[in-house]
Design a protein. Structure first.
Length: 382
């Protein structure tokens, strides 16, 4: 199935009313109400700007970028662990790698009159206000624009964000997209608020961002058959998230954890840079740390008893979260073997899947990239 056919499958039923409005608490004057699907209640900013395809991936509407839905605790925790292990200097890597994908994502979602606003200097403030609204809907932060001076400064604040360094990168990428110039970022905390000050510089190029590039594996065909909303086309599993725009929160109602919908190019760019500098053992470190973090979330979930070959059902969330396509699980002599295709990141997905398959039991695991787009995972129980 090609990308256009995948996009067509997410289209709403022709002629069906597909939206209603609810009060967009916390949103700017440019988004006084939140448009949501009349059938499933998911904000249209989620369904209109993204595609859930059949290969276990979430793509931006222009299909140029891949995204995932992930717990804030996992993103925040893994960046904290990596910084502790490899040094605080990595914060700049995180910021610039994330700014790279954020600038591209902003270009993909700025369509219609939003794109028009981005192109006219006098309309730039609405451009940043709308991006703050979008950040709230994606569960990134309760972002608000404090100050804007055309061509000179952008100041955004929040009381919470999914990760301080990554969100700085998101804002920096948006400023680069909006101003077309390099910018310097300063992060401060005052009275419980995180304040991001972006100072626009004279340089038209931004080498720290432009040195990164997209590198995608050709996806293996997945043929996932989602039960989709007939109006907006999203998988119904997405409707089990809840939104609180006043707090900038998107919550998985299954485990009560805040999640965010974010691009993965920046995550993978930072990962590749760290691995290139430190060696292949970074993979084992990441997978192990991720499993421990997910283990800390699992106690809030209730599990059904399943045979090893049935545990593939427990991994289905990977698909609708855009993390990959779980193909099978099967029993081995002392554990479980699983295959996941099109993982967004091999060690991270290996750690997440190992945690879910182990279900809180003591287990060791190994994984390998057996071919492009294929993750093989083996769990061993004592």
């Amino acid at each position: 199935m090609n990308q256009q056919e995948s996009a067509d499958k997410t289209a709403h039923v022709e002629g069906a009313p597909r939206k209603r409005w609810v009060w967009g608490k916390g949103l700017s004057a440019f988004s006084p109400v939140l448009r949501v699907c009349k059938e499933c209640g998911v904000p249209l900013a989620i369904s209109q700007d993204h595609i859930w395809e059949e290969h276990g991936r979430i793509l931006s509407r222009d299909t140029a970028q891949r995204l995932i839905i992930v717990e804030r605790k996992i993103i925040d925790g893994i960046l904290e662990k990596v910084t502790e292990k490899f040094g605080k200097d990595l914060e700049q890597t995180f910021i610039h790698a994330k700014a790279f994908d954020a600038s591209q994502y902003v270009n993909s979602v700025m369509v219609g009159w939003r794109k028009l606003a981005a192109g006219y200097p006098l309309a730039k403030r609405p451009f940043y206000e709308l991006l703050c609204d979008h950040a709230r809907i994606l569960g990134m932060a309760d972002a608000k624009l404090l100050h804007y001076e055309r061509g000179k400064e952008v100041v955004i604040s929040c009381t919470q964000c999914y990760n301080k360094a990554f969100f700085a990168g998101d804002i920096l990428g948006a400023v680069y997209s909006g101003e077309k110039k390099e910018a310097a970022v300063e992060i401060a905390e005052k009275d419980g608020e995180i304040i991001y000050t972006m100072t626009v510089l004279e340089n038209d190029s931004f080498e720290a961002i432009e040195r990164y590039s997209f590198s995608w594996e050709v996806p293996l065909p997945g043929y996932i058959s989602y039960k989709r909303c007939k109006r907006c086309g999203l998988p119904f599993s997405v409707s089990f998230f809840s939104w609180d725009t006043s707090q900038g929160l998107m919550v998985d109602t299954h485990n009560g954890e805040p999640v965010t919908l974010i691009d993965v190019a920046g995550i993978n760019a930072a990962y590749s840079e760290i691995k290139a500098s430190n060696g292949a053992w970074v993979d084992e470190f990441l997978a192990g740390e991720i499993k421990e973090m997910v283990d800390s979330i699992l106690p809030g979930l209730e599990w059904k008893r399943r045979r090893p070959e049935e545990k593939i059902r427990d991994l289905f969330f990977l698909a609708y979260r855009g993390m990959g396509n779980p193909v099978f699980t099967e029993p081995t002599e002392n554990g479980i073997r699983a295959r996941i295709e099109n993982p967004f990141n091999y060690p991270i997905v290996a750690g997440i899947a190992a945690s879910f398959l182990a279900r809180g039991k003591q287990a060791t695991f190994e994984w390998e990239r057996s071919m492009p787009g294929r993750l093989e995972l083996d769990l061993h129980f004592p």
